[in-house]
Design a protein around this ligand. Sequence first.
Ligand code: SF4
Length: 324
Amino acid sequence: MNNLFEIKKLNMHYPVVDGLIGNIKGYVYALNNVDLDIKENEILGLVGESGSGKSTLGNCILKLITPTSGEVYFNNEDILLKSKKELKEFRKKAQLIFQNPYMSLDPRMKIYEILKEPFIVNGIKDKKVIDEKIKKIVELIGMQEEILQRYPHEFSGGQRQRIAIARAIILNPQFVVADEPVSALDVSIQAQIVNLLLDLKKHLNLTMLFISHDLSVVKYISDRIAVMYLGEIVEICAKEELFCNHKHPYTEALLNAVPIVSNECKTKKIILSGDLPSPQNPPKGCKFHTRCPYVMPKCKIEHPELKETTSGHCVRCFLVENNT
Ligand code: SF4
């Protein structure tokens, strides 16, 4: 499979400004030298604790925020170098599904207006073309045409998320970032939305970055999974490999926190202790060393690289390097 995205040495360091004087007194190191490929037509799951940098990565690769440095190639073109006009074209092809369907739909607009808006923003005015497309998309998300004359508050959370997904895909994007798209929904509704995303991927040949802290959801939907810790990718591989042959202690600890997932394969039982260190003052050496039960003296001084251990399975840990 070809790569749709190639992300190279991506950094996002937010300055922390002194309130009174306005001097920069430090940085929040949200992303640190992230290298990542997203293959055409795959769903790449991105997991990690809250504050690990997952959403920042999603926002940077859509250029909704401008990273401090790095390269983000989409179809072999660096989107960070694109002009305003070129970015508008890119945004037709790469969209975002928000976490909270209660916040992402304008309560003053009827659903028809909400779904029409992306066409107007992109200069498409032909009413016949717009109406036909809206009709098709409403069918695709499993809803009836009569919703078009209603307002967002008339719908449940799951229905609103269907409408938000419809708006994100109405211009036929190649790529979607789904940022915790089911975490604000009832558990009973989550499976319906995840199945809808899988159907859409199949019908529209979508490529997706699926961000979630919920490993059981990620396991269900993803082809490959990347694990993030304090702004770095620490492990990435195929889904099956991650659940039964993971190699990074942090991945192990995350899996152990989800009994349904961890019971399926015989794994070592690491319990994650303590909180995620501050990204403003990350630990030196291996960023996980303050919580790792296997920490060695070297881990506190040297920073491990992300290395391929077997084909397509990359890990950032000295333990693995010692065993290969
Ligand atoms: Fe643990 Fe050391 Fe591996 Fe980091 S490099 S995960 S501290 S064993």
